[in-house]
Design a protein around this ligand. Structure first.
Ligand code: G1P
Length: 320
């Protein structure tokens, strides 16, 4: 058993202020939509997916967000910037609701962008943040995973990092046949409910090689020691420099903990899951939910009855 730091009871003042959001992926699963539009900008109801992620970071008190982007990602920079012409037009019309919607993204945090240059993997993307981050712990939020805004996962992780030090990953139990899609953690109990010690990590294992059903979901609070490890981490699975491999190195030293999450998480990295996410979040919206849910119930009832599209009044277009 690996010796683990004993958590302090009160914990030091929270040192974490910065978040890193890797957003350099090519988004090939969503072509042709992502030919000229970054996948992070695909709308989830009426906000781009990446805005939810930045809102989550801001809600947890992180006021500095570094986006690691690549080619064709200018739309992300524009989204988190002012849009003066649009703002002037809306202001002249007195449309304060839309004006706020346009201004909000730039107000969420101090947002910075750097480019990864070459798509060498998630570990390499995180390494690109080294100079900006310096020697403080920092959060990493992956854009394909959306955590419901009512959840407090990231705040819990920051609290755990403050008490145990080292690095913290978010873990979620998934069915055995899905573990090959994730980084997978071997864990031991800590005695604290919902917090485990991570003793090993393996990136996307075959089900028979998976040490558990605990999947790393895309939230991390990392000790800056990860940079030194990443620098010497050789390309791993898929020929990419894997963040999981660097964390395995740190886990072997007993400095990685996991916060177990069983709340609402939406995966927007896959087409069917993306569609489910849009539907679920639309149902929850106070402005859209009641009308949309009523339509959805009718639509589903029509499907169950071998519906012909007549119910939705669109001649079946929505069912196609
Ligand atoms: C990445 C990580 C993986 C993690 C996953 C969470 O994989 O490499 O360890 O479990 O994100 O979404 P990706 O989904 O980018 O292939």
């Amino acid at each position: 058993m690996i010796a683990s730091p004993t958590p302090t009871t009160t914990g030091p003042a929270r040192a974490v202020r910065k978040a890193v959001v890797p957003a350099a992926g090519l988004g090939t699963r969503f072509l042709p939509a992502t030919k000229a539009t970054p996948k992070e900008m695909l709308p989830v109801v009426d906000k781009p997916a990446i805005q939810y992620v930045v809102e989550e970071a801001a809600a947890a008190g992180l006021d500095d967000v570094l986006m690691i982007t690549g080619r064709n990602k200018r739309a992300i920079e524009d989204h988190f910037d002012h849009a003066l012409e649009l703002e002037q037009t809306l202001a002249a019309k007195g449309d304060t609701v839309r004006l706020d919607a346009v201004r909000d993204p730039a107000r969420l945090a101090d947002i910075h962008h750097i480019r990864q240059g070459e798509p060498l993997g998630l570990g390499h993307a995180v390494l690109c943040a080294r100079r900006h981050i310096g020697d403080q712990p920092f959060a990493v939020l992956l854009g394909d995973d959306l955590i419901d805004p009512r959840e407090t996962l990231l705040s819990r992780m920051l609290d755990v990092q403050g008490r145990y030090a080292g690095s913290v990953v978010a873990l979620m139990e998934v069915p055995a046949d899905q573990i090959h899609l994730y980084g997978c953690a071997a864990v031991e109990a800590t005695g604290e409910q919902g917090v485990v010690r991570v003793t090993g990590l393996v990136e996307k294992p075959a089900p028979e090689r998976a040490p558990s059903r605990y999947a790393v979901i895309g939230r991390y609070v990392l000790d800056p020691a990860v940079f030194g490890v990443l620098e010497r981490t050789a390309p791993g699975r898929g020929g990419e420099i894997q963040l999981t491999d660097a964390l395995q190195d740190l886990a072997a030293g007993g400095t990685v903990h996991g916060v177990v999450f069983d709340g609402l998480r939406y995966d927007t990295g896959d087409k069917a899951e993306y569609l489910r996410t849009v539907v679920r979040l639309a149902c929850d919206r106070p402005d859209l939910g009641p009308g949309f849910t009523a339509w959805l119930k009718e639509f589903v009832a029509g499907l169950a009855g071998g519906g012909d599209g007549a119910l939705d009044g669109t001649g079946g277009h929505l069912a196609a």
